[in-house]
Design a protein around this ligand. Structure first.
Ligand code: BGC
Length: 739
């Protein structure tokens, strides 16, 4: 364990050694260089810079433009995505170097949770509440990607998601704007370091701007209709945090927001992004989004769609090819000004300069570096460490876990158990699933003396019970049963919405049959979203939520199963009891008729409780933590002052463990109804068995501010409640006055 920590710290030092801050005079120098290039360009060449096409090496959308090679040769492309590898990117870059202007191509790719060494899916990483670990994951991903010729990742996804039917919840940081913002920042720092020109950093792309995660009914690409209050209070925060952390590009989302598709949305792309937030980088669309303006029904043809997009503030056209077709004519007709085009080109060239591509267009295409960088042992070790931090222990009755390594017969059952393919989850970039560690392999390596018996039990999604008998047989012979169940990787991610959150296929039936045997059963869940697992939650004594943990999944889960690592993850998203509760999230409002079980006319259901199955922030440990009472340094504060609240946390169990101490705040009376609680701070602490620590938080006007009735941002005097605890439900409370 100690060894791992040292390895990770040294990776951190090594990776950050190359980073330096860009000074303002360096920035001015880049601006001047950009202008000097721009001056030499024809209108056609400028428009070319505004196009991004996929190569046919990989496919992340339905439509591929076959002529992209000719486009590069004719200087009609600014960037290429889905192309990687030092040799291949060098080949394409050489074509761009043969054009009149010799402007280097930018190579982008969806490096979402690792490039070759695959880390846990983003929702899993968010469960670690460990910003250092999340930054490290992005740092390793950037290092590998940059060694394969890539300059630009389409990450982080900063979409708040409160509807687990939406498959893309897996790509984000969950439901909360505060946690989501910190994670967005950590990811940008990890990808970009502090020097974009270093050869181990890549440009980040904040996506999908904006509010894509609020797709109606959880159906991907669906419309979003929300108040400006909701947009600003909840959805915008993580994008803003990523931009404040220095992200140099933004991607527009597929959805319409209150009727205006994001890709034609001047309010989002110009008023908020540029005017309010002072964003200086460039905005790219999502896949064919400009073309899709016609399907949204806001543009009649190529020309109108292009005009709307560029005038809204969209700089780069991903994959529609509309800018190349329409912009020149639109400029001649005075529908788009050349100044607008220049501005867009300037932003794109600036990023190319920042990456150092004008100094040496091939600096990321170094085959030697590629060979020595990918999947290094220390990267695999980092992936294992981040993976075990991402695991959430949902239940552990009578301390069934950890399992003793001396256990004689261990049954490992479930189609996800002897499975490498699903471990790397969706959007696993250039990850090679054959290199991942299955749960079965991890268990065998961790408990070499045990007799490990495996049975598949059932397939993930069909109705066949033909493998049940074998699984029951194996279970009967064992002292403990480990059941790996959940979803296939393809069931979450893009275009993977589900109307049911139940376990697919006959997996629940299998669990029930095995439970009848009376053996101790541990359920290991693998899934890309919260699932409705009420029966399992009630009957099965031990449950681990492992999401999809990446290349090192099997080792990381085994580390937790056998107690080599004490789980510390916390849910970044609420687990509902039923789809009918959605949207369900911890920071709801109180309503005028808060739930009262004895009063029918209150806000509740006839057939189910309001309570989730597992609340936001929830996660157990092999040890136990006892919280004392919160203590304030004073009972009153003014807007200019800082108040401190402290709480003693004691490890009352037998193991050393980590705990995420969470602080929530409620503004009791305000000019608008405020949520019943909002996460405002947390600290992850480690305690030896028996050890206590005093955890202290500072509260200033920053934590108490909100969008008031007139939409101005600030505080209002009055009473506040502070809630501190192990999750969003179980807290110790104290109040104070803001005068
Ligand atoms: C996705 C984006 C992704 C893009 C490029 C789109 O379909 O929505 O998240 O970055 O494809 O692959």
């Amino acid at each position: 364990m100690r060894k791992t920590v040292i390895v990770i710290v040294s990776i951190g030092l090594m990776l950050f050694a190359a980073c330096k801050k860009q000074t303002s005079s360096e920035q001015t120098l880049i601006d001047n260089k950009v202008d000097s290039v721009l001056k030499l360009m024809t209108l056609e060449e400028k428009i070319g810079q505004l196009s991004l096409y996929t190569s046919d090496m990989d496919q992340t959308g339905a439509f591929i433009r076959k002529e992209y090679i000719q486009d590069i040769k004719q200087g009609k492309v600014g960037a290429i995505f889905n192309a990687y590898g030092a040799a291949y990117t060098r080949k394409l870059q050489a074509m761009a170097m043969n054009t009149r202007m010799r402007i280097p191509l930018l190579f982008g790719y969806d490096v979402i949770h690792g490039h070759r060494t695959i880390f846990p899916v983003p929702l899993a990483e968010a469960s670690s509440w460990d910003l250092g670990a999340i930054e490290l994951s992005a740092r390793v991903a950037a290092t590998e990607a940059a060694a394969e010729g890539l300059h630009w990742t389409f990450a982080p996804m900063c979409d708040i998601a409160r509807d687990p039917r939406w498959g893309r919840v897996v790509e984000g940081a969950g439901e909360d704007p505060f946690l989501g913002s910190l994670i967005a920042k950590a990811r940008v720092q990890g990808f970009q370091g502090s020097d974009l020109s270093a050869v181990n950093t890549v440009a980040a792309c904040v996506k999908h701007f904006a509010a894509y995660g609020a797709a109606q009914a959880g159906r991907d690409y669906h419309s979003v209709d929300m108040s400006e209050r909701m947009l600003r209070e909840t959805y915008l925060a993580p994008y803003k945090a990523a931009i404040d952390a220095g992200a140099v590009t933004v991607m527009s989302s597929f959805n319409d927001l209150n009727g205006i598709p994001a890709t034609a949305n001047h309010f989002l792309m110009t008023e908020i992004l540029r005017n309010e937030w002072n964003f200086k980088g460039f905005v790219v669309t999502d896949y064919t989004s400009i073309m899709e303006l016609m399907f949204h029904g806001v543009a009649a043809d190529t020309a109108q769609a292009s005009e709307m997009s560029i005038n809204a503030g969209i700089d780069m056209d991903m994959q529609s090819g509309f800018y190349n077709q329409a912009l020149e004519k639109l400029v001649k007709e005075n529908k788009v000004s050349e100044k607008t085009i220049d501005e867009a080109v300037r932003r794109i060239l600036k990023v190319k300069f920042q990456l150092g591509l004008f100094d040496d267009p091939y600096r990321y295409c170094n085959e030697e570096r590629e060979k020595t960088t990918l999947m290094k042992p220390e990267f695999l070790e980092a992936a294992r460490e981040v993976a075990r931090k991402s695991i959430v222990l949902l239940k552990n009755d009578n301390n069934l876990l950890p399992i003793s390594k001396q256990t004689k017969n261990i049954a490992v059952i479930g189609t996800l158990a002897d499975n490498k393919r699903e471990m790397i989850g969706s959007w696993s970039a250039a990850g090679n699933w054959t290199k991942s560690i299955s749960l079965l392999e991890g268990i065998k390596a961790s408990a070499p003396q045990a007799n490990v018996l495996y049975a598949k039990g059932c397939n993930i999604a069909d109705d066949s019970t033909q493998y049940f008998a074998e699984a029951l047989n194996v279970a009967k012979k064992s002292d403990v049963v480990i059941l790996a169940i959940g979803e296939a990787a393809y069931m979450s991610g893009e275009a993977a919405s589900r109307s049911s959150l139940d376990l697919p296929g006959v997996q629940l039936q299998l669990v029930q049959k095995i439970h009848e045997l009376g053996k101790p059963v541990v359920v290991v869940l693998m899934n890309g979203r919260p699932l409705t697992i009420n029966w399992i939650g009630e009957k099965i004594p031990a449950i681990l939520e492992t999401w999809f943990l990446g290349t090192q999944a099997g080792n990381a889960i085994a580390d937790v199963l056998f107690g080599d690592y004490n789980p510390s993850g916390k849910l970044p998203i609420t687990f509902p009891r039923a789809v009918g509760q959605i949207p369900i999230y911890y920071c709801m409002k109180n309503t005028g008729r808060p739930m009262d079980v004895n009063n029918k006319y209150t806000s509740k259901y006839l057939d189910i409780s309001n309570e989730p199955l597992y609340p936001f922030g929830f996660g157990l440990s092999y040890t136990t933590f006892e919280y004392g009472e919160p203590m304030l340094n004073k009972k009153e504060m003014t807007e200019a002052e800082v108040l401190t609240v402290s709480i003693d946390v004691k490890n009352t169990g037998k193991y050393k463990g980590e705990e995420v101490v969470q602080l929530y705040i409620r503004d009791l009376v305000a000019s608008v109804a405020r949520p019943v609680k909002e996460l405002k701070a947390f600290q992850k602490i480690e305690l030896e068995a028996g050890q206590s620590k005093t955890v202290t938080f500072e509260i200033s006007s920053k934590e108490l501010s909100f969008y008031r009735a007139d939409m101005s941002f600030g505080v209002e005097k009055g009473k506040f409640i502070l809630m501190i605890g192990s999750n969003s439900r179980d807290t110790k409370n104290i109040d104070f006055m803001l005068n």
